[in-house]
Design a protein around this ligand. Structure first.
Ligand code: NCD
Ligand code: ZN
Length: 347
């Protein structure tokens, strides 16, 4: 069995920098036409000039002949001002601004400490019609980690939507039924990305026979009922839900340790894993909209015009990939993935 679809894009991706960047870019560039690149480097990408230089490094890391296009983002801080937002819009290569609540996840220390401090920047985003990308988890340490997304909706998402009625927002990596319901009720100006791991796994995968650091990401995997709500949203054909892998590489030794980093690496199978999830739901015909159309439409970019072909032939990712001087353990390492990318359609 084969499936040919317009070339997909990844609307939420971590590429890192330096040797790590060189190690991971080819995986994404083979599958995806474009990717929205997260700005949580150390130090974070807070200016258009830093984004321009980072973009150059990504372009230099592409395999020869690749047309892969990185879509850059800025990292919102308490100090982001309206002038920088205006420059971002004018640049043509910065496509969004990312809001990390300070302390919510990997490299988020420089994030916004209280969203009211960023209201001028949000007003500028609304004025220039640049989307705000949101890591939607409260950082209140008294809130149970499995409830942090739902609490964030009430405490932050709803008030921001009310205050900025024309601001377009992507609720990144939604993980709960609560978030799916919120996005649906909020209408077309709100979009949401969904990762492969949140479609394929529930929180049992964190503790299968022992603790599984390579299944740990943020927002953390949730209960089965939430996974089912995400699958329903992804296959619904609603243009509000689109592909964002949140592929987030960390060296093996930083995950297999007493306090392991959050992040799952999935770029090596960034479309194949979704094909598996859509097939399991009996909805392969809905994959193309989710993977190759709705994200571009939301961002106001043209859809890709070339295509890829997926084949229903299983393969096994290796135990690890090289990652600079370290190793990177990919999702499904040593196990099987049901779909492969046909070689002659690699970008
Ligand atoms: C991401 C990372 O490692 O940069 N980790 C993750 O678990 N998703 C950060 C993020 O998107 O939360
Ligand atoms: Zn992310």
């Amino acid at each position: 069995m084969q499936l040919t679809i317009l070339r997909p894009d990844d609307w939420h991706l971590h590429l890192r920098d330096g040797q790590a960047l060189n190690a991971v870019v080819p995986h994404t560039a083979h599958r995806f036409g474009r990717a929205v690149v997260m700005p949580n480097l150390k130090p974070p990408v807070t200016t258009v000039e830093a984004a321009r230089l980072y973009r150059e490094r990504i372009l230099a890391a592409r395999p020869s002949g690749s047309h892969f296009e990185p879509l850059m983002t800025l990292y919102l801080t308490d100090a982001t001002n309206a002038a920088e937002i205006k420059r971002a819009k004018a640049s043509g290569f910065v496509h969004a601004v990312k809001y990390y609540p300070a302390g919510a996840t990997t490299n988020s220390d420089a994030g916004v400490t209280g969203l009211e401090r960023a209201y001028d920047a949000l007003a500028a985003l609304e004025e220039h019609d640049l989307p705000l990308l949101v890591h939607g988890e409260t950082t209140d340490p008294t809130v149970d980690i499995f409830d942090r997304e739902a609490v964030f909706i009430d405490r932050v998402m709803k008030p921001v939507c009310d205050r900025f009625p024309r601001l377009r927002i992507v609720f990144e990596h939604v993980t709960t039924r609560d978030a799916v319901d919120f996005v649906r009720s909020a209408g077309r100006r709100i979009g949401a990305t969904i990762t492969p791991q949140h479609l394929l796994l529930n929180r049992n995968a964190l503790f299968q026979g022992g603790i599984r650091p390579h299944n740990y990401c943020l927002p953390v995997l949730k209960r089965e009922l939430h996974r089912q709500a995400l699958v329903e949203a992804a296959i619904s054909g609603s243009p509000q839900f689109f592909l964002g892998t949140d592929s987030a590489p960390h060296a093996r030794h930083t995950k297999e340790t007493t306090c392991g980093c959050a992040g799952i690496y999935s770029a090596h199978a960034g479309i194949e894993l979704y094909a598996e999830a859509f097939e399991a739901a009996g909805a392969l015909d809905k994959l193309e909209g989710f993977a190759s159309m709705f994200g571009a439409d939301f961002y106001g970019l043209p859809r890709n015009t070339d295509s890829i072909t997926l084949i229903r032939e299983s393969w096994s990712p290796p135990a690890s990939y090289g990652f600079g001087d370290h190793e990177l353990v990919p999702f499904r390492a040593g196990e099987t993935i049901a779909w492969s990318l046909r070689d002659d359609t690699q970008g």
